[in-house]
Ligand binder design. Structure first.
Ligand SMILES: C[S@@+](CC[C@H](N)C(=O)[O-])C[C@H]1O[C@@H](n2cnc3c(N)ncnc32)[C@H](O)[C@@H]1O
Length: 280
């Protein structure tokens, strides 16, 4: 039984980095006229009210999107991200946060396609409502890590897969790794963006080491932390591991991540990593 609800966390510092990277990949895909395909293995409900009881419980968005909302002189990729989030809010007030399904849809053109997967019985209904009737998008109440394999390679032969698990159980790490290997085998030119939390650093070390020796090429890692690693409970940092990233991504994030670490870091303890795990 899944218990994780992203509504408690929408717009937090982890979503900021995740969605900045997602937007950069989508902008890159849109540079060519040729249609692309996106697959979101863990879609969530899609649309979040920041005025809801969920969001207001821990107010995680306050040290995320809300801290960036009214700022001037943003790094370019943060400014693009804020513009996308603003387009979902009718006024200058920040009331609503779009999840990855709505962010991806924002970038779809007539012939681009999006496959969304969600396994939580409440979230799937919210997701269906958020998407409505859109012939470019398929929403499935199913295990995204299983379903994604048969969708690859996509008929468009270009596109990306976003893998954004909640890591509720320890076995999610080997499962994600195995799925990445299967996906890469079927579609080695695709872009894959895997989100990860830093809760217990040894799990991240396992994932990184396994990827380095996996045979998968061209892997970069981008991480943003708001406080130092700790043995106590709670997420101190999170990141995106990107296979076949846009060639401009690392340079863009060289401008963005130091700024985010100093803006969102708690008591000056923000930190970041930009690393090539495997060369092209
Ligand atoms: C971190 S949230 C997704 C957030 C979303 N990607 C975004 O950026 O807005 C993870 C979601 O995955 C769902 N989930 C967990 N395991 C899944 C699986 N095997 N297949 C599909 N969805 C799953 C959870 O119910 C949860 O809604």
């Amino acid at each position: 039984m899944l218990s994780y609800r992203h509504s408690f966390h929408a717009g937090n510092f982890a979503d900021v980095l995740k969605h900045i990277v997602l937007i950069k990949i989508l902008e890159h895909l849109r540079k060519k006229d040729k249609p692309f395909c996106c697959i979101d293995t863990h879609a969530g409900p899609g649309d979040y009210k920041l005025t809801s009881d969920y969001a207001l419980k821990n107010k995680e968005f306050e040290n995320g999107i809300a801290r960036l909302w009214q700022q001037d002189n943003l790094p370019d990729s943060v400014a693009c991200y804020i513009n996308v989030i603003k387009s979902f809010n009718g006024s200058d007030a920040l009331n609503r946060y779009p999840g990855s399904p709505l962010i991806i849809r924002h970038f779809l053109r007539t012939h681009d396609r999006l496959f969304l997967h969600e396994l939580h019985s409440t979230e799937i209904d919210l997701l269906k409502t958020a998407i409505g009737n859109d012939r470019r998008i398929k929403v499935a109440y199913t295990d995204g890590l299983k379903a994604v394999i048969s969708l690859l390679p996509p008929v468009q032969h270009r596109g990306m897969v976003l893998i954004d698990p909640s890591y509720e159980i320890k076995s999610d790490y080997p499962l994600v790794l195995d799925t990445l290997l299967q996906m890469y085998k079927r579609f080695p030119i695709g872009t894959y963006a895997l989100w990860y939390p830093v809760v217990d650093r040894s799990r991240n070390q396992y994932l990184e080491k396994a990827l380095k020796t996996s045979g998968i090429k061209n892997i970069q890692l981008f991480e943003l932390g708001i406080t130092a690693d700790t043995q106590e409970h709670g997420m101190t940092a999170s990141g995106m591991i990107v296979i076949n990233p846009p060639w401009t991504l690392a340079n863009e994030l060289q401008q963005t991540l130091p700024w985010l670490a100093s803006t969102l870091g708690l008591e000056g303890a923000g930190h970041y990593r930009i690393e090539t795990l495997v060369n092209e």
